[in-house]
Design a protein around this ligand. Structure first.
Ligand code: NAP
Length: 311
């Protein structure tokens, strides 16, 4: 029987693991499909305090893991398939086994949202990608497109110019959502072009991608645009499938959690992108993981009839 299981190994999960490890609760972290979460596939992180020079996302994730392990957290490379929150202890089912735990912290993050157009599924991994840092290298000297206008799309478009000959950003409006600094860098970059007010309606090709069908949302004009790669960065959807509807979710599918990370089930907290559709920053996830861990620590102390030290 575990005292506390943390589902997910992004900044929220690792921070919770550091706090719970330091509280001598030997937390079990079930890492999920992507060890380190989204930060581990970020090219550079420049807005996380303590790293005055940009730090590579994978390096930052590894540092967090190392710190959690130093305090006794155990990281299990496994994926949670379902949970049973109807009775105590909670049950957590994974591909590798079944666990029981007094408390849970859900920090399962979010995954890239799909465009939902014909060809997207078919060419996934054959010209369609959701991760510039993972796949950018395969597009050396090629002409590619980036769909989206947020921080991720622009940051990744900039990163992709290291490899690609040309990156065309296709955005559904005529203004980017990305922060000003990134916008300015992108506008200055000679390898980046923009197609405004336009959506992708289909991804076409044979063995691999050869183009995208575009529609201008203002004029309705349609055309085929040749490209060798389609990167998609149009936001994220929370990873909540394994919860099987046992925690309250909001209308967009995010776990409903209060400011302390408390969910609709006592003894279960949520932290990070799985319950945050506003900030989704490493810094905010770290804070949320910390709060959830302190709450879980108090909860376990109460269950064990221990007096919780006054902070
Ligand atoms: P986001 O901010 O939600 O932006 C998504 C972009 O995709 C928007 O430009 C949106 O268009 C567009 N979009 C959404 N659905 C679409 C669809 N069906 N078809 C075409 N376009 C679509 O997502 P994000 O860029 O991944 O960023 C997520 C969060 O992480 C944000 O809070 C962001 O600040 C943060 N982040 C920060 C950094 C950084 O600080 N360096 C880096 C990466 C991410 P509209 O603009 O028209 O809505």
């Amino acid at each position: 029987m575990e005292k506390v299981i943390i589902i997910g190994s992004g900044p929220a999960g690792y921070t919770a693991a550091i706090y719970l490890g330091r509280a001598q609760l030997a937390p079990l972290v079930i890492a999920g499909p992507a060890l380190g979460g989204q930060v581990a596939i970020s090219s550079e992180v420049g807005n996380y305090p303590g790293f005055p020079e940009d730090i590579n996302g994978a390096d930052l994730a590894q540092l967090m893991q190392k710190q959690a392990e130093r305090f006794g957290a155990r990281i299990e490379m496994d994926i949670v398939t379902s949970v049973d929150l109807s009775a105590r202890p909670f049950k957590v089912m994974t591909y590798g086994g079944e666990y029981e735990s007094q408390a849970l912290i859900v920090a399962s993050g979010a995954s890239p949202r799909k465009l939902g157009v014909p060809g997207e599924e078919q060419f996934s991994g054959r010209g369609v990608s959701y991760c510039a840092t993972c796949d950018g290298f395969f597009y050396m000297g090629k002409e590619i497109v980036m769909v989206g206008g947020g921080d991720t799309a622009i940051e990744e478009a900039l990163f992709l110019t290291r490899f690609a000959r040309k990156v065309t950003v296709i955005h559904r409006r005529d203004q980017l959502r990305a922060e000003r600094l990134l916008q300015e860098r992108a506008f200055r970059n000679e390898k980046i072009d923009f197609i405004w007010d336009t959506v992708v309606t289909e991804i076409v090709g044979d063995e691999v991608v050869s183009g995208v069908r575009l529609r201008n949302v203002k004029t309705g004009e349609e055309r085929l645009f040749s490209t060798q790669g389609v990167f998609i960065a149009i936001g994220y959807a929370p990873n909540t499938e394994f919860l099987g509807g046992q925690l309250a979710l909001d209308e967009n599918g995010y776990v409903v959690a209060d400011a302390d990370g408390r969910t609709s089930v006592e003894g279960v907290w949520a932290a990070g992108d799985v319950c945050d559709q506003v900030y989704r920053q490493i810094a905010t996830s770290v804070g949320a993981g910390c709060k959830a861990a302190i709450q879980a620590e108090r909860y376990i102390a109460q269950l064990e009839d221990r007096v919780y030290p006054v902070r």
